[in-house]
Design a protein around this ligand. Structure first.
Ligand code: GDP
Ligand code: MG
Ligand code: ZN
Length: 293
């Protein structure tokens, strides 16, 4: 029996890596039979147990999770760094808005990053500042970065607060490149595969890397499609658009579609809520508004 505390930094099939706080090292985790039966150990899990004679970490207990993300699969995330690019690959606001809803629901702190700024012309930079305003207006910190020139890296590091931070976003946007830059740990960066247009050589699971003072950052494989409505109840989705809460609607359960005296729809019409945010919301819930109104 023991009560050493550890953090699962990696889970790949039968291999479990546990960072043991008292020793500042990663050992192989061996879950006891009863742990194995009850719940699957996952990256981000805080575990309790002891170090065996052959230097394995015997997991006796998994601490209750404060949240659990499925893209990537990881528990107890304090902060998600959502990385996108303006081009290569082209920015998709619908994908970003879906991710924001999912992370908002899990109560994760969010930072939005636009990477590969080195590829942009002055004109494109200006176009991108429109999107910066959109997401800052929704309440998120937005950082412009380049893993090549190092632009914005310092600002990004300052935003890596909390114990567990993960980098998420589509394939090929530079998540691994940014993480390598920040941690100094060499991570495999995938070229965009011509055949599949997806990143190659990327790891399948999350791996948390110790960073700074008591933080861990995790790289994650990318994805090309996420629908918030497959995870979050459609009626709840509006709650996870922070800027909608600033407006008042006649009905407390207003879906912001065709109800009378809807403050959100009014704000959209006045241009206070950006068209993309409102339209992506409608798309997520599968609704249409009557244009004549
Ligand atoms: N020009 C430019 N290329 C980058 C930047 N960051 C990453 N890349 C390249 O984009 C490709 C995908 O990067 P990677 O880190 O594997 O993306 P991930 O799939 O999000 O992890 C690689 O060829 C990187 O070298 C950047 O800031 N600027
Ligand atoms: Mg990667
Ligand atoms: Zn409304």
């Amino acid at each position: 029996m023991g009560n050493e505390r550890g953090l699962v930094v990696e889970r790949e099939a039968q291999l479990i890596g546990v960072y043991v706080f008292s020793r500042d090292e990663v050992l192989r985790g061996i879950p006891l039979g009863r742990v194995r039966k009850n719940e699957k150990v996952c990256a981000g899990d805080y575990v309790y147990g002891y170090v065996s004679e052959d230097k394995n970490f015997v997991i006796e207990k998994i601490a209750p999770r404060k949240n659990f993300l499925i893209r990537p699969k990881i528990a107890n995330v304090d902060r998600a760094i959502i990385v996108f690019t303006f081009k290569e690959p082209e920015f998709q606001s619908y994908l970003l808005d879906n991710l924001l809803v999912i992370y908002e629901k899990e109560g994760v702190g969010i930072v939005v990053v636009f990477n590969k700024l080195d590829l942009l012309t002055q004109e494109e930079r200006e176009e991108l500042s429109y999107w910066k305003k959109v997401y800052e207006g929704a309440g998120y910190p937005v950082v412009f970065t380049s893993a090549i020139t190092g632009e914005g890296i310092e600002s990004l590091v300052e935003l890596l607060e909390g114990e567990i931070c993960i980098f998420a976003g589509p394939s090929g946007v530079g998540k691994s490149a940014l993480l390598s830059k920040i941690t100094g740990v060499e991570l495999k960066c995938g070229e965009l595969s011509k055949k599949t247009k997806r990143g190659r050589h990327t790891s399948r699971g999350v791996k948390l890397i110790p960073f700074g003072k008591g933080s861990f950052v995790g790289d994650s494989p990318g994805f090309s499609k996420v629908e918030a409505s497959s995870i979050v109840d459609k009626r709840e989705i509006k709650d996870y658009f922070p800027e909608f809460h600033r407006y008042f609607c006649r009905f407390p359960d207003c879906t912001h579609t065709n109800e009378p005296d809807c403050g959100v729809k009014e704000a959209f019409k006045k241009g206070e809520i950006p068209p993309s945010r409102y339209k992506n919301y409608l798309k997520m819930i599968g609704a249409f508004i009557k244009e004549s109104e």
